[in-house]
Each structure stands twice: as structure tokens, then as C-alpha cells.
Write a protein that binds this ligand. Sequence first.
Ligand SMILES: NC(=O)c1ccc[n+]([C@@H]2O[C@H](COP(=O)([O-])OP(=O)(O)OC[C@H]3O[C@@H](n4cnc5c(N)ncnc54)[C@H](O)[C@@H]3O)[C@@H](O)[C@H]2O)c1
Ligand SMILES: [Mg+2]
Ligand SMILES: [Mg+2]
Ligand SMILES: [Mg+2]
Ligand SMILES: [Zn+2]
Length: 457
Amino acid sequence: MASVGMSPKDEMVARFLDAAARGEVAKVSAMVAQSSSLVDASGENGWTALMLAARNGHADVVNTLLSNGCDKSLANQSGQTSYDIARFWGHKHIAGLLANSKGVDSHHLLPGSSTEGHENYFSREFLDRMSEKRTDGQWLQAKQSSPASVFILFLNLNPLVTSGAEETSESKADFRLCRLRWGSVEELATRPGTTLIFLGVEKQATPPSPSPAGDEDGLTAWFALNTDSDPTEDLRLSNPNGFFLKPFVPRLLQLSSDEAGVVAQARSVLAWHDRYSFCPTCGGRTKVDEGGYKRTCLKEDCRSRQGIHNTCYPRVDPVVIMLVIHPDGNQCLLGRKKAFPAGMFSCLAGFIEPGEAVEDAVRREVEEESGVKVGPVQYLSSQPWPMPSSLMIGCLAVAVSTHIKVDENEIEEARWFTRQQVIDVFTKNNQPTFTIPPRQAIAHQLIKHWIGVHANL
Ligand SMILES: NC(=O)c1ccc[n+]([C@@H]2O[C@H](COP(=O)([O-])OP(=O)(O)OC[C@H]3O[C@@H](n4cnc5c(N)ncnc54)[C@H](O)[C@@H]3O)[C@@H](O)[C@H]2O)c1
Ligand SMILES: [Mg+2]
Ligand SMILES: [Mg+2]
Ligand SMILES: [Mg+2]
Ligand SMILES: [Zn+2]
């Protein structure tokens, strides 16, 4: 403890050692940020902050000191290192941290790996995709003309909806997809600028009984169409209240979870047809196969027809999105792009590059965008993001450095936010100073997960 007659410097060291011994991680971090030489300062009998934290079992302080570059090889006047001290007092976890040659082991900052029951917007599988039926032309044909089948329609990739709130047990919808019948879309389906795809059949709790109307299996099939010629006038009679949702973000986020899942699937596949209408290998004309899940080049000697080629199948672009946790466990890193609404911050994100593992993409994108280095990475959950075909791979990650230097081309600002500041955003207490994306975005769910996991702290 500080005592009368100490120099201001000795007094600061005494306060620092005291904070480390008591496990006051926030104070330790703040003092190191002010004066980095404190990390290796010693007091009575040559004890450093690392030794005191190791003696008293404060793993979070040990990690903070390690991540700030303290020297773990120092010994006290009895010749004991922090590692010896942790072992002697039975703190195996801390001894493990200190023995680790890389210095920082911050896995304990990642919450448990259970992601059970975690569902994101756009990820609801309302339909059974029945991929085995995509090559059954006869079955597809029968379903297409069945009066029970449902058709959803897009004009230049914007879905036809009606307004009208529909409250389900889990979500409130402001818009509903117009569910059309074959009779309303039959003529449109034959127009040159229109693509028709099979989505699947409605999942059923009990096996369906064959219907007497000759609709042999009783399954309700769903199809989607995208067209470039405005069919509004033709649909006026059957759907007087229908309109195309444009611009669709953020309004697309106001469908029910079931319908959002259907749109995620349909919009991505239809966007692929829209953008890849010619053969990527030879530039020739292609035809739609397998219920819309394949395009085949019409040129018989095209290389894309020998063997299997990913150019023939709908694309999915993997994106990592991560909430980066400060080494002190009490702050997270959020950034903002110029295009964000004023005051909004979100998780950092970026496309995975060819030949790159998820963990490496997380480390690369965080360092590129914010200058912060990342250690452990943990997958949490994923989200299809049909703008047009991203798959957001949501991760938590722990930083091993804290200095921020943003890539100004991508990010306008990045900052560490304390857990309390983030809680204020959710609870709308204490006039939050920033906002985060809406609940439908996985970024929101990652941030919420981190807060929820640490709710007891
Ligand atoms: N659901 C959510 O919560 C959420 C949050 C953030 C971002 N996102 C989505 O994630 C996507 C990627 O994030 P980002 O923009 O920060 O990525 P990023 O940091 O990799 O930067 C984008 C740049 O990457 C390049 N790029 C590389 N591969 C690409 C590909 N397949 N398609 C398009 N551009 C490619 C382009 O130059 C583009 O400008 C965005 O499109 C965004 O819509 C979703
Ligand atoms: Mg980037
Ligand atoms: Mg990015
Ligand atoms: Mg990138
Ligand atoms: Zn070809």
C-alpha cells in the first residue's frame, strides 16, 4: 500500500501492484495504458504485478499483463518466477497460461461453445428443399401445374408483398409474401426474361395423406419466379394490394421468420440466374436444369460439361463477421462504415478469400480494418444474407493487441466499447451514445450473445 513519504512514482507502482493483487483488471488495464513501464515494475521483495496476480489466482489480470508485453521470466528475491508461484499455490490454469510459449491464452474469455437453439433471421428452414426431386422432371411438372402449389414472384429480385401486420408467436411481420397460384403466373413463366425455380415443399408435422384431387403425395410445393417485365397490371385482379418491395432493405427485414427464410433461398438462387445467364467457361448460351439449381452450357463440347464444375451451380459467398473481445474481457471492438446511419457501430466483417480458413479470415480482416491483432477465434452461428448470396459466419474472437489503426478506405472509425456502454444500448439506459444494427442482423446477435453470457459480471 502507498505510504507517507513515498515518491509519486513509487506510490503509483504500489497502487498498481495492489490492484493486480486484488484482481482489479480494469484498473490494471487503465494504469498500463497510462504508463506502460508499470508492467514489469517490482515492489517489496522483487514481486511484480504478474507474480501477485499469479499468487492470488487472477487469470484475467495475468492475461492483461501478458497481452501488454510483461516479462514473465522475471524472478523475485527468492528466485521464483510467476510460473513457480502459480504452481506453488495450486493455480493450474494460470500456470498453464504462463507456461504457454505464445504468452497469451485467452480461451477462457470465450463463452461456452453451446450454440443450441440459436437461430438468425433468414436462416429459418420453413421448406424441405427435397433436392432429390430436382432431377425428377415429371414430379416437378406435376407440382408446377398443381392448384395447391405456391408461387412467389420477384420483379428484378424485389419480392411481391402485401402490407398488413401478421403477428406470429415469435415475430411480428409488417409485410407478407403474395402467395400466387399457377393460373396467375402461367403466362408470365413463359416470357423470355423470366426464371422459374423450385424451392421445396412445406414441412409437415405428420406424414401427409394423399389428396383425393389426384395430387398424389399431398405435399405443398413452393416455386419462385423472377422477371424483368413488370407484371403489376396483369396481377391487378388477383392481387389488388400487392406491390414489389423496393428498395427492399431494410423493409425486407420485416417479413416473418418463415418467409424471410424462403426469400433468402429464392433471392440468392434467382440473383445467380440473373447475373450468370451465359456460360462462364465459353460464354455460350445455357439452360436451366434441376429445378433451377443448375445451369448447363448448350455447347456440347464445352469444358464445363466434362466432369463437375462449380460454375454450373448457384454461388454462396462466405463472409466472416466477428465480435472482437478486448484482452481484459470487458470491452469489445466495433467499427462504422461511412455509409452507416449516423452513430451506428457494428461488428467488423469481410469476405473470406480463396484458400483461407475461417479463423485466418477473421484475423486478417480484423487486422486490415482496425490494426488489432486477434488470437483465439470461436464460431458461434451463421446467417444467410441474400444481398445477393453472402453466408455470414459469426464468430467471437479475442484480441491480443489493443491499438487501433483503421483502414480508412473501409472503416470510418473503430473503437473499444465497454460492456456497460453496450448494455446501455440494449437497455436504452443512460442515453446510449451509439446504436447497433437491428435484431435481424447477425451483428446484433453476436453483440447480444456476448452481453448475455457476461450478464452476471
Ligand atoms: N448481417 C450482418 O449483420 C452484416 C453485417 C456486416 C456486413 N454484412 C455483409 O457482409 C458483406 C461483406 O462485408 P464487407 O463489405 O465488410 O467485406 P470486406 O471487408 O471484405 O470488404 C468488401 C470488399 O471486398 C471485396 N470483395 C471480395 N470478395 C467479394 C465478393 N465475393 N463479393 C463482393 N465483394 C468482394 C470488394 O472489393 C468489396 O468492396 C457485405 O456485403 C455486407 O452486406 C452483413
Ligand atoms: Mg475488409
Ligand atoms: Mg469489411
Ligand atoms: Mg475483404
Ligand atoms: Zn460453355
